[in-house]
Design a protein around this ligand. Structure first.
Ligand code: FEO
Length: 394
């Protein structure tokens, strides 16, 4: 990997990970990812903004050595998660004068996760500044832009925001800056769904702070740098808003075809009513695509056969995930089939305790869906249309 100069005296020194396919042992990474670290040379001091995943620590050190960096005064840590902090021990060893600059909560995390020596820290408070000579760093503590200790760093003179996870996206690209805005938008929306959506309310507040800063660039810690900050800021305003779309997401599993027939019928009934439908067969779907669809859908209909006494385990997994991602979905229902009873509907509805949804009357059938069942599905489609109309999205 090679370092790249962003503007005079400011360098990308991170690592690209083209082959990584899973993050946090959970999130699919179809396009790999990057761990962006940045070097800022001031007239008096030099700062490194974040490090990289420990699997890439030699690339970070090699980038710094190739640039001839003999001294680092400050290592700013915006976030303690190991994909950004994991190479700190090696950096501290290579640069024995380097001081870790971060907030108090992040220090606690770093000591717990990496056993770093407390005497190497300098603690900053919200809006505190740090001079590098002719350049000034300003810190904003932004809890829950992933973890509770997260912060962002603003380089005042150059008007660059180093936003760490916030505004990032998982894409390993040899481009330093965003070039394909459409592809980046989609990737950033998926990343928002997977990483940021549970903290929508907090992020909404931090967004107002970010909007007060004059910005030429937003340099996140994953993916290429935003040269058009307004685009990603507008996208975040949209995603974090309370507005939902005239859409229905249907995560489903079918064992012997009954539930699939119901999904097909409901899908067609909703299309006929002018509603966008996104069915996801959980046997083949990428869970990231399901998360993406949840960002602004108004309704979710969970479709499942009954296995023994309740929903299919894959449906349980998807419902659990959808619940903890806390989308702004407004309505939910359950459809599916059973052989001899069970508590499928109750189990699913009870799992939706993190989302504030109105539950529309479920449709469950013993065995194959008959004419009466298909009529009930039409009634559910009518109910959904009525609800979407009431909240004025149709
Ligand atoms: Fe990219 Fe929350 O770590």
């Amino acid at each position: 990997m090679v370092s790249r100069e962003i503007t005079k005296g400011i360098f990308w020194v991170g690592a690209l990970d083209f082959n990584r396919r899973l993050f946090d042992a959970l999130i699919p990474l179809p396009d790999g990812t990057s761990y962006n670290a940045y070097l800022i040379k001031g007239s008096e001091k030099t700062a490194l903004i974040d490090t990289v995943d420990p699997a890439k620590e030699f690339e970070l050190v090699s980038n710094l050595l190739k640039l001839g960096v003999e001294r680092i005064d400050y290592v700013v840590v915006n976030h303690a998660e190991q994909d950004h902090s994991g190479s700190l021990p090696m950096i501290l060893e290579f640069y024995p004068n380097a001081v870790i600059v971060t907030n108090e909560k992040c220090k606690e995390f770093l000591i717990a996760l990496l056993q770093l020596p407390p005497e190497r820290f300098r603690i900053i408070k919200n809006k505190e500044t740090l001079s590098l000579g002719d350049r000034t760093l300003e810190f904003y503590i932004t809890p829950w832009t992933h973890w509770p200790e997260t912060q962002i760093t603003y380089l005042k003179e150059d008007q660059i925001l180093f936003s760490c996870d916030l505004f990032g996206f998982h894409m390993a690209s040899s481009d330093l800056f965003v070039t394909d805005e459409a592809a980046s938008y989609r990737s950033a929306k998926k990343y928002y769904a997977e990483i940021m959506m549970p903290f929508r309310t907090s992020i909404k507040g931090h967004l107002e702070t970010v909007k007060t800063l004059p910005l030429k660039l937003i340099a996140p810690s994953h993916g290429p740098i935003h040269r058009n900050p307004q685009l990603i800021l507008d996208a975040y305003s949209d995603w974090t808003s309370d507005a939902v779309k005239n859409e229905v997401v249907i995560p489903y599993i079918s064992m012997h075809g009954s539930t699939e027939k119901m999904v097909e019928h409901l899908t067609n009934a909703l299309i006929a009513r002018g509603i966008t439908v996104k069915p996801f067969n959980l046997n083949v779907t990428d869970i990231g695509e399901l998360a993406l669809a949840l960002v602004d859908t108004a309704t979710v209909v969970v479709a499942t056969p009954t296995v023994l006494f309740g929903p299919h385990p894959q449906v349980v997994y998807a419902t659990y995930l959808a619940n903890v991602l806390k989308p702004k979905v407004r309505f939910a229902s359950v459809i599916g089939s059973f052989g001899w009873g069970g508590k499928t509907v109750d189990t699913i509805v009870k799992m939706l305790d993190h989302v504030k949804v109105e539950v529309l009357e479920p449709v469950m059938v013993k065995g194959q869906p008959d004419e009466a069942t298909l009529k009930q599905l039409d009634r559910l489609a009518d109910d959904i249309l009525k609800k979407h109309t009431e909240i004025k999205i149709v």
